[in-house]
Design a protein around this ligand. Sequence first.
Ligand SMILES: CC1=C(CCC(=O)O)c2cc3nc(cc4[nH]c(cc5[nH]c(cc1n2)c(C)c5CCC(=O)O)c(CCC(=O)O)c4C)C(CCC(=O)O)=C3C
Ligand SMILES: [Fe+2]
Length: 370
Amino acid sequence: MSTSLAPYDAVLLLSFGGPEGPDDVLPFLRNVTAGRGIPDERLVEVGEHYQHFGGRSPINDQNRALLAALRAELAGRGLDVPVAWGNRNWAPYVTDALRELHDAGARRVLTLVTSAFASYSGCRQYREDIAAALIALEAEGRELVVDKVRPYFNEPGFVEANSAALVAAYERLGVAPGPQAPVVFVTHSIPTTMEVASGVRTTASYSGQHLDVAAVVAGAARERLGAPVPWELAYCSRSGSPLTPWTEPDVNRTLRALALDGVEHVVLAPIGFVSDHMEVIYDLDTEARETADELGMRMERAATAGIHPTFVAGLADLLLERAGTERGEAPARPAAGALGSWHDVCPADCCRLRAGLDSGVPAAAQQPTA
Ligand SMILES: CC1=C(CCC(=O)O)c2cc3nc(cc4[nH]c(cc5[nH]c(cc1n2)c(C)c5CCC(=O)O)c(CCC(=O)O)c4C)C(CCC(=O)O)=C3C
Ligand SMILES: [Fe+2]
């Protein structure tokens, strides 16, 4: 593989953001839910999850660590480009990160989002953030072109980090995988309308992407542990109105169903999260653990990809792959599982909030509309 990021002259790490102290919690939640119809009771409830951890989300420190690891990985490969970090919902904001890159001379930026799976929340909404930032910067006389690498849920480095974490969790559990010790893969629940829209222009919807990668991760763990790894997929962190359907089952319900089957050991593997977000440390390590305790089940939670070396190397590979494609080369596009590598550039109607509904909100890094 070539070791140039040309035509790109900078990299943006784009994430969700989170509060850094108690006083940030409410303004952060207002940013997250602006215009999204999340009931106030849910905001108070989620605010308490954050206050439970001193009003501080772990996500920003995890992104600082990822930023450092990514810079080191790129430098180690002789790639000398600025890498900036910006968020949707909290400082440092994406507009400020892109301004910083522009002021450093960047004109064409390649983005990595901290979401491996494609849906409105993990793909298009980030591209809307980029579009809004570009409009604000253009008004300041700063022009940039910003692209985004393909969704990487099946990129081999990400898959390997999750497979290694699953094996390590079984080793900590001290029980071989089997019908009495299955793994429950966990991801963020989304409204079923968003789930449907995520599959309109792709070979698999958000849940289908998870099912595909879960089979690969369970298969890799089977090789290393020497026994089949029974698995299912469950969801956490549902919000919105109780009248709106979201993807199911909830992880706590899955644990109860397993307990009824006599299961006494379980591994939770949060493949839907790239690092130990609040959803992981609260919804899994706190809430789901309480459920497991109540059911008398022993539970181990597998690590998230975090800054696992194969994950960080995979992100660098993705940047190089896309740069090569933009130069007109035909780089390898490694992908585990049955679905193949995802599209580099989203169709204009990809990953909408609702299928068939053009919200009118501009999104960047997509094909031009006809
Ligand atoms: C698919 C998905 C991911 C994974 C992809 C990715 O990683 O991007 C994700 C990540 C995250 N979600 C996060 C936090 C929140 N998400 C909320 C609300 C929502 N998430 C949704 C979906 C997702 N969200 C949806 C459909 C909603 C409701 C509608 C809306 O508002 O769009 C709310 C509002 C309150 C509530 O409704 O719970 C909060 C506070 C944090 C930060 C955690 C931390 O601080 O460590 C992170 C990384
Ligand atoms: Fe997309």
